[in-house]
Write a protein that binds this ligand. Structure first.
Ligand code: ARG
Length: 269
């Protein structure tokens, strides 16, 4: 398996906190260690650098504790960026900040007409854009994504509130393979996934509830939560090299490595 060099956008968790609850992972009464969150995030960034990837950073803004989850900042593919529109008002002001970053980076920016939470719900896999809906990204947003990017968009119906974004239920491993938790999808979406990816890695609930599927693969190395030991073993059996990262503090907001990472794709790679 060949690794491809990636370009990522990340946002330091300077103002990270859990002071509202917009998913079942978030408990505003539980303490959060912001310094530890920052150290864990730095370790993720260092891991990417050690793998030869480039990490760009967007300046974090006070009052936006979830801005660390850069995957929700947009969808970037082939010189175009689809900006986002959050479901929840608490995250609304992140959208223009990410949009401005895309413009400054010279991308052709498209504005969303519907709720669209970026790469949290939109993943390029096997020549298709897999697009989650059910909790965050609205179904009509999928048609707009197809128009903007010119990739066939396949709707994935999410059914378990713990796996509220597609990237908490499914990981793209390479051009041909994904890993996913079947129970997180409707029966019809499970059937589509079986048809599309007959060789997929099927994850267990035990690995999914530590956000094991919120992983980042370069086609050879898979960076995933350290606690997802069963999934890591399954991936190693398939020939991937796994790198476990402890993001325990960010998980208190419902996020893992992938949530912290937006792929800046030049072409359709
Ligand atoms: N607290 C954030 C939210 O609920 C977490 C976002 C995680 N991001 C992701 N790509 N899954 O919106």
């Amino acid at each position: 398996m060949d690794a491809t060099r990636q370009r990522f956008l990340m946002c330091r968790p300077t103002y990270f906190a859990v002071d509202y609850a917009i998913n079942p992972w978030m408990d505003p009464t539980a303490p959060v260690d912001v310094d530890l969150a920052n150290r864990q995030w730095e370790q993720l960034r260092q891991t990417y650098r050690d793998l030869g990837h480039t990490v760009e950073e967007i300046t974090p803004l006070p009052g936006l504790p979830d801005m660390v989850f850069a995957a929700n900042g947009g969808t970037v593919l082939g010189g175009r960026a689809m900006a986002v529109q959050f479901r929840d008002p608490q995250r609304a002001d992140e959208a223009p900040a990410y949009r401005a970053w895309f413009e400054a980076a010279g991308l052709e920016v498209h504005d969303p007409k519907h709720v669209n939470e970026g790469e949290g719900d939109i993943l390029l896999a096997g020549g298709h854009l897999l697009a989650g809906t059910g909790f965050r990204t609205a179904h009509p947003a999928h048609a707009q994504l197809q128009e903007v990017f010119g990739y066939p968009v396949l709707t994935m119906q999410l059914v378990d509130p713990r796996f509220y974004h597609l990237d908490t239920a499914l990981t793209v491993l390479d051009e041909h393979t994904v890993a996913y938790l079947p129970e997180a999808f409707s029966p019809g979406s499970q059937a589509v996934l079986r048809r599309l990816f007959p060789d997929a890695v099927l994850a267990s609930m035990a690995d999914a509830v530590v956000l094991g599927l919120n992983a980042v693969s370069d086609g050879q190395h898979v960076v995933l939560p350290a606690q997802a030991t069963g999934l890591a073993a399954q991936l190693r059996e398939r020939g991937y090299q796994t790198i476990g990262i402890d993001l325990s503090e960010l998980r208190k907001a419902g996020g893992g490595p992938k949530c912290c990472t937006l792929r800046l794709r030049q072409g359709g790679e």
